[in-house]
Write a protein that binds this ligand. Structure first.
Ligand SMILES: C[S@@+](CC[C@H](N)C(=O)[O-])C[C@H]1O[C@@H](n2cnc3c(N)ncnc32)[C@H](O)[C@@H]1O
Length: 234
């Protein structure tokens, strides 16, 4: 298969970090590096500001669920940003990997309003009721058939709206990241990042999904999937 042809469809390869026997030191170093990766590439903070923070009003309590929350850098930032705006927010950060849950609890278990829970994103009802759902770099971990189920559940259970930010499958992102990510050593960031780009999405991947969604590709290499109160206004 030519280099470009491998981006036609989503890859199915397993990421090293998802392997239960992967090296824990490299796994935790990878989680630490997500912070910088999120700042440089995903621009998640701007997205969180324009969606959830813009939608919330003081004087009401909100509950947000973050799926595949990893080391919890983004929910911790969002809680601090909400507090500054005098918004009453509590976040349930969900991850399926018990090693990652332990790591996140050690770092951020003391943060008020943050509940770090081990669980499967596909059992979304377990975390209800909630106003908002967020996921960054999580959706590409799921196979296609689970993605349709998750989006239907998000639409059914979210009392306000959901925002899912992930990687756009593109040969150019792949080439760019393969050069840039040489700085990430002794971790899974480079190898898993490249697999993740091949497991990422094109807008056409969502065309047969019946859930009402807004798809946006505002930044190179990114795709945003918005639903509920964020469809179609953002
Ligand atoms: C690439 S990390 C993203 C972490 C974080 N959202 C961030 O942006 O830094 C993806 C996370 O999704 C978790 N994950 C994978 N499948 C899951 C599932 N079915 N339910 C919950 N979490 C899952 C993995 O354990 C991993 O921590």
């Amino acid at each position: 298969m030519s280099f470009f042809a491998q981006f036609q469809d989503r890859a199915r390869d397993e990421e090293q970090m998802d392997h239960p026997d992967c090296d824990p030191t490299q796994l935790f170093r990878t989680l630490d590096q997500f912070h910088g990766i999120n700042r440089c590439f995903s621009r998640a903070r701007g997205l969180l500001r324009r969606t959830f923070l813009a939608d919330m009003q003081p004087g009401r309590r909100y509950h947000l669920v973050d799926l595949g929350a990893g080391a919890c850098d983004l929910p911790v930032w969002l809680l601090a940003a909400a507090r500054k705006r005098k918004l009453d927010l509590r976040i349930t950060a969900v991850d399926a990997d018990p090693r990652i849950i332990d790591y996140a609890r050690k770092r951020y278990g003391h943060i008020g309003g943050l509940h770090i829970r081990e669980g499967n994103a596909l059992e979304l009802e377990t975390f209800a009721p909630f106003d908002y759902l967020f996921a960054n770099h999580f959706l590409h971990h799921l196979p296609d058939e689970e993605i349709s189920i998750l989006l239907a559940e998000a639409h059914r259970l979210c009392q306000r709206g959901f925002v899912i930010s992930d990687l756009r499958r593109s040969p150019w992102s792949y080439l760019g990241f393969s050069l840039f990510a040489r700085v990430y050593r002794r971790s899974f960031s480079r190898a898993d990042g490249l697999i993740s780009i091949r497991k990422g999405f094109q807008p056409r991947d969502f065309h047969d999904i019946p859930t009402p969604l807004t798809l946006r590709t505002p930044l190179p290499g990114r795709i945003q999937i918005l639903g509920g109160c964020f469809h179609p206004k953002c």
